[in-house]
Design a protein around this ligand. Structure first.
Ligand code: HQG
Length: 177
Protein backbone atom coordinates (compact mmCIF):
# COMPACT_ATOMS: atom_id res chain seq x y z
CA UNK A 1 0.00 0.00 0.00
CA UNK A 2 1.39 3.40 -0.87
CA UNK A 3 0.33 6.60 0.86
CA UNK A 4 -2.18 7.48 -1.87
CA UNK A 5 -3.96 4.16 -1.44
CA UNK A 6 -4.00 4.61 2.32
CA UNK A 7 -5.30 8.16 1.89
CA UNK A 8 -8.13 6.83 -0.29
CA UNK A 9 -8.94 4.25 2.35
CA UNK A 10 -8.98 6.98 5.03
CA UNK A 11 -11.31 9.10 2.86
CA UNK A 12 -13.63 6.11 2.56
CA UNK A 13 -13.87 5.38 6.27
CA UNK A 14 -13.69 8.99 7.55
CA UNK A 15 -16.07 10.50 4.99
CA UNK A 16 -18.36 7.85 3.63
CA UNK A 17 -18.39 4.39 5.15
CA UNK A 18 -17.01 4.17 8.70
CA UNK A 19 -19.14 1.04 9.10
CA UNK A 20 -16.85 -0.77 6.62
CA UNK A 21 -14.42 -1.24 9.50
CA UNK A 22 -16.96 -0.82 12.30
CA UNK A 23 -15.54 2.62 13.16
CA UNK A 24 -17.53 5.16 15.17
CA UNK A 25 -17.45 8.83 14.16
CA UNK A 26 -18.71 11.31 16.73
CA UNK A 27 -21.27 13.99 15.88
CA UNK A 28 -18.50 16.26 14.57
CA UNK A 29 -16.91 13.57 12.41
CA UNK A 30 -14.01 12.70 14.71
CA UNK A 31 -12.73 9.14 15.04
CA UNK A 32 -10.57 8.00 17.92
CA UNK A 33 -7.03 7.72 16.51
CA UNK A 34 -6.18 4.47 18.29
CA UNK A 35 -9.52 2.93 17.32
CA UNK A 36 -8.93 3.88 13.68
CA UNK A 37 -5.50 2.23 13.74
CA UNK A 38 -6.69 -0.94 15.48
CA UNK A 39 -9.75 -1.37 13.27
CA UNK A 40 -7.83 -0.60 10.09
CA UNK A 41 -5.27 -3.23 11.03
CA UNK A 42 -8.07 -5.73 11.75
CA UNK A 43 -9.29 -5.11 8.20
CA UNK A 44 -5.92 -5.73 6.60
CA UNK A 45 -4.87 -2.09 6.32
CA UNK A 46 -1.48 -1.97 8.00
CA UNK A 47 -1.16 1.54 9.40
CA UNK A 48 0.45 2.79 12.57
CA UNK A 49 0.54 6.17 14.24
CA UNK A 50 3.71 7.37 12.48
CA UNK A 51 2.28 6.58 9.06
CA UNK A 52 -1.01 8.25 9.92
CA UNK A 53 0.84 11.35 11.08
CA UNK A 54 2.87 11.40 7.87
CA UNK A 55 -0.28 11.20 5.76
CA UNK A 56 -2.13 13.86 7.75
CA UNK A 57 0.76 16.31 7.51
CA UNK A 58 1.89 15.64 3.94
CA UNK A 59 -1.42 14.97 2.16
CA UNK A 60 -1.56 17.11 -0.99
CA UNK A 61 -5.00 18.48 -0.22
CA UNK A 62 -4.75 18.40 3.55
CA UNK A 63 -7.74 16.10 3.61
CA UNK A 64 -7.44 15.09 7.28
CA UNK A 65 -6.76 16.78 10.63
CA UNK A 66 -5.90 15.69 14.14
CA UNK A 67 -7.30 17.41 17.20
CA UNK A 68 -4.81 19.21 19.47
CA UNK A 69 -3.55 16.18 21.39
CA UNK A 70 -3.69 13.89 18.31
CA UNK A 71 -6.13 11.55 20.03
CA UNK A 72 -8.78 12.17 17.35
CA UNK A 73 -8.72 12.41 13.57
CA UNK A 74 -11.30 13.51 10.98
CA UNK A 75 -11.70 14.39 7.32
CA UNK A 76 -11.72 18.16 6.76
CA UNK A 77 -14.53 18.09 4.19
CA UNK A 78 -16.18 15.90 1.59
CA UNK A 79 -18.38 13.80 3.87
CA UNK A 80 -21.43 11.95 2.73
CA UNK A 81 -22.21 10.73 6.27
CA UNK A 82 -24.34 13.19 8.23
CA UNK A 83 -21.92 14.80 10.65
CA UNK A 84 -21.66 18.42 11.70
CA UNK A 85 -18.20 19.89 11.15
CA UNK A 86 -19.26 22.70 13.51
CA UNK A 87 -17.53 25.32 11.39
CA UNK A 88 -18.17 29.01 12.02
CA UNK A 89 -19.86 30.92 9.19
CA UNK A 90 -17.18 32.98 7.46
CA UNK A 91 -17.32 35.88 5.00
CA UNK A 92 -16.09 34.58 1.63
CA UNK A 93 -14.29 36.53 -1.08
CA UNK A 94 -16.61 38.30 -3.53
CA UNK A 95 -16.29 35.46 -6.02
CA UNK A 96 -15.68 31.76 -5.59
CA UNK A 97 -15.34 29.11 -8.29
CA UNK A 98 -16.74 25.67 -8.97
CA UNK A 99 -15.07 23.22 -11.33
CA UNK A 100 -17.38 20.83 -13.11
CA UNK A 101 -17.85 19.30 -16.57
CA UNK A 102 -20.06 20.18 -19.57
CA UNK A 103 -22.50 17.28 -19.14
CA UNK A 104 -23.76 18.73 -15.83
CA UNK A 105 -24.25 22.30 -17.04
CA UNK A 106 -27.83 22.01 -18.28
CA UNK A 107 -28.95 20.50 -14.97
CA UNK A 108 -27.03 23.12 -13.00
CA UNK A 109 -28.72 25.88 -15.03
CA UNK A 110 -32.06 24.48 -13.89
CA UNK A 111 -31.35 23.32 -10.34
CA UNK A 112 -28.30 25.33 -9.35
CA UNK A 113 -25.41 23.61 -7.61
CA UNK A 114 -26.64 20.85 -5.36
CA UNK A 115 -24.77 18.90 -2.69
CA UNK A 116 -25.41 15.66 -4.55
CA UNK A 117 -24.10 12.88 -2.30
CA UNK A 118 -22.09 15.15 0.00
CA UNK A 119 -23.01 17.36 2.95
CA UNK A 120 -22.13 20.64 1.18
CA UNK A 121 -21.54 22.20 -2.20
CA UNK A 122 -17.75 22.58 -2.53
CA UNK A 123 -16.31 25.82 -3.91
CA UNK A 124 -12.72 26.85 -4.66
CA UNK A 125 -10.99 30.12 -3.88
CA UNK A 126 -9.27 30.34 -7.25
CA UNK A 127 -9.72 29.21 -10.83
CA UNK A 128 -6.67 26.93 -10.80
CA UNK A 129 -8.02 24.90 -7.91
CA UNK A 130 -11.47 24.74 -9.52
CA UNK A 131 -9.85 23.47 -12.74
CA UNK A 132 -8.27 20.60 -10.84
CA UNK A 133 -11.58 19.73 -9.19
CA UNK A 134 -13.38 19.72 -12.57
CA UNK A 135 -10.56 17.80 -14.25
CA UNK A 136 -11.32 14.77 -12.03
CA UNK A 137 -14.28 14.18 -14.35
CA UNK A 138 -13.02 15.35 -17.76
CA UNK A 139 -12.43 18.68 -19.46
CA UNK A 140 -13.06 21.22 -16.71
CA UNK A 141 -15.73 23.91 -16.98
CA UNK A 142 -15.39 26.69 -14.43
CA UNK A 143 -18.43 28.40 -12.94
CA UNK A 144 -18.05 31.73 -11.14
CA UNK A 145 -20.18 32.15 -8.05
CA UNK A 146 -21.40 35.57 -7.01
CA UNK A 147 -20.87 35.03 -3.30
CA UNK A 148 -21.33 38.71 -2.56
CA UNK A 149 -24.96 38.61 -3.74
CA UNK A 150 -25.53 35.33 -1.89
CA UNK A 151 -24.22 36.82 1.34
CA UNK A 152 -26.48 39.82 0.96
CA UNK A 153 -29.37 37.39 0.78
CA UNK A 154 -28.30 35.60 3.93
CA UNK A 155 -26.63 32.46 2.59
CA UNK A 156 -23.87 31.14 4.83
CA UNK A 157 -20.38 30.03 3.87
CA UNK A 158 -17.83 27.99 5.76
CA UNK A 159 -14.16 27.40 5.16
CA UNK A 160 -12.87 23.90 5.87
CA UNK A 161 -9.52 23.39 7.60
CA UNK A 162 -7.93 22.85 4.17
CA UNK A 163 -9.22 26.03 2.54
CA UNK A 164 -12.14 24.49 0.63
CA UNK A 165 -15.26 26.69 0.81
CA UNK A 166 -18.54 25.05 1.70
CA UNK A 167 -22.15 26.14 1.37
CA UNK A 168 -25.57 24.50 1.19
CA UNK A 169 -26.78 25.15 -2.34
CA UNK A 170 -26.09 27.76 -5.01
CA UNK A 171 -29.13 28.88 -7.00
CA UNK A 172 -28.52 29.35 -10.72
CA UNK A 173 -29.12 33.10 -10.43
CA UNK A 174 -25.83 33.39 -8.52
CA UNK A 175 -23.82 31.50 -11.13
CA UNK A 176 -22.00 32.98 -14.13
CA UNK A 177 -21.92 30.32 -16.83
C1 HQG B 1 -22.14 18.31 -9.98
C2 HQG B 1 -12.75 16.55 -4.10
C3 HQG B 1 -26.03 17.96 -11.93
C4 HQG B 1 -20.93 19.05 -9.49
C5 HQG B 1 -12.70 17.89 -4.84
C6 HQG B 1 -19.92 17.92 -9.39
C7 HQG B 1 -13.59 18.77 -4.00
C8 HQG B 1 -24.52 18.76 -10.41
C9 HQG B 1 -20.76 16.72 -9.02
C10 HQG B 1 -14.56 17.81 -3.37
C11 HQG B 1 -25.51 19.61 -9.86
C12 HQG B 1 -20.68 16.35 -7.54
C13 HQG B 1 -15.93 17.94 -3.97
C14 HQG B 1 -26.80 19.58 -10.42
C15 HQG B 1 -23.69 19.92 -8.78
N1 HQG B 1 -27.01 18.75 -11.45
N2 HQG B 1 -24.78 17.95 -11.44
N3 HQG B 1 -27.79 20.36 -9.97
N4 HQG B 1 -24.96 20.31 -8.84
N5 HQG B 1 -23.40 18.99 -9.71
O1 HQG B 1 -17.46 15.02 -6.05
O2 HQG B 1 -17.39 19.64 -6.08
O3 HQG B 1 -10.11 14.88 -3.69
O4 HQG B 1 -19.65 15.52 -4.86
O5 HQG B 1 -20.54 20.05 -10.41
O6 HQG B 1 -11.40 18.36 -4.96
O7 HQG B 1 -16.72 17.75 -7.69
O8 HQG B 1 -12.19 14.09 -2.60
O9 HQG B 1 -18.32 17.39 -5.74
O10 HQG B 1 -19.26 17.69 -10.58
O11 HQG B 1 -12.91 19.49 -3.03
O12 HQG B 1 -10.56 15.49 -1.34
O13 HQG B 1 -22.11 17.08 -9.30
O14 HQG B 1 -14.05 16.50 -3.63
O15 HQG B 1 -11.86 16.50 -3.06
O16 HQG B 1 -19.40 15.80 -7.33
O17 HQG B 1 -15.87 17.76 -5.37
P1 HQG B 1 -18.69 15.85 -5.94
P2 HQG B 1 -17.06 18.21 -6.32
P3 HQG B 1 -11.14 15.16 -2.64
Amino acid sequence: MNNTQISKFLSLVLRHKPEEINLQLDENGWADTDELITKSNAHGMAIDFDLLEEIVFTNDKKRFSFNDDLSKIRANQGHSVAIDLALTPTVPPEKLYHGTVAKFIEAIKINGLQKMSRQHVHLSKDIDTAKKVGARRGKPVILTINTMAMQQQGYLFYIAENGVWLTDTVAATFIEF
